[in-house]
Design a protein around this ligand. Structure first.
Ligand SMILES: [Fe+2]
Length: 204
């Protein structure tokens, strides 16, 4: 089975964002494509183990290690698609006051501003990872989480609705490592709130 039968990198037209340079985007798209390729390669190798209908004992160490790496590469691919997918050129900065997202944030956190304080605070945490606002599909409730690397901390079954990459590669060409807050401001100025709300369950 050819690697090309698995995933193809998606294309995102984001040139000209506010505060996130085209050079950063180009670097970031290449990294994302690496995760797509990494996912494809791992899936093909794992499929290879299964071709004879069993995993031999001597195959277990390699099979186990590749399976563990699959969560890293797979989430690396998927989270970048959510991230690029919730940005747009000419973003409005903040959602409208009566928007479904604001109403959901008010229900869960008391106000949009408190929700944002929480989300931005998570984004400023030391470490390599992501800030993600999820919606619990069973209740419609929002909750913000820190994800270490790409795969540690994701909540099973929850829907990512706003995804912010805070790995340093997301901003290091534009800001110093100590200026993550400036990058987070730039991120918010480019958020596509329509895209965020299209991810949400209609009950909110
Ligand atoms: Fe990234």
């Amino acid at each position: 089975m050819s690697v090309s039968t698995w995933y193809e990198p998606k294309k995102f037209k984001l040139s000209g964002l506010h505060g996130i340079s085209d050079a950063t985007l180009e670097l970031h798209f290449k990294l994302y494509e690496g995760y797509v390729q990494g996912t494809n390669i791992l899936m093909e190798k794992l499929a290879g183990f299964l071709q004879d209908g069993k995993v031999d004992q001597e195959e277990m160490p390699a099979y186990s290690e590749l399976t563990r790496r699959l969560g890293f590469e797979y989430n690396g691919m998927v989270l970048h698609e959510y991230y690029f997918g919730n940005l747009k050129i000419g973003g409005s900065g903040e959602p409208g006051g009566q928007s479904p997202f604001v109403k959901a944030a008010q229900t869960r956190h008391g106000s949009y501003d408190i929700w944002k304080t929480d989300f931005v605070g998570i984004g400023k945490m030391r470490g390599v990872g992501w800030a993600i606002c999820y919606q619990d599909p069973s209740s419609g409730r929002l909750s913000n989480h820190w994800i270490t690397l790409h795969e540690i901390g994701n909540i099973a079954g929850f829907k990512p609705v706003l995804v912010m990459d805070v790995w340093e590669h997301a901003f290091l060409l534009d800001y110093k490592p100590s200026e993550r807050a400036k990058y987070i401001d730039a991120f918010f100025s480019n958020v596509d709130w329509n895209a965020v709300e299209q991810r949400m369950e209609p009950r909110t």
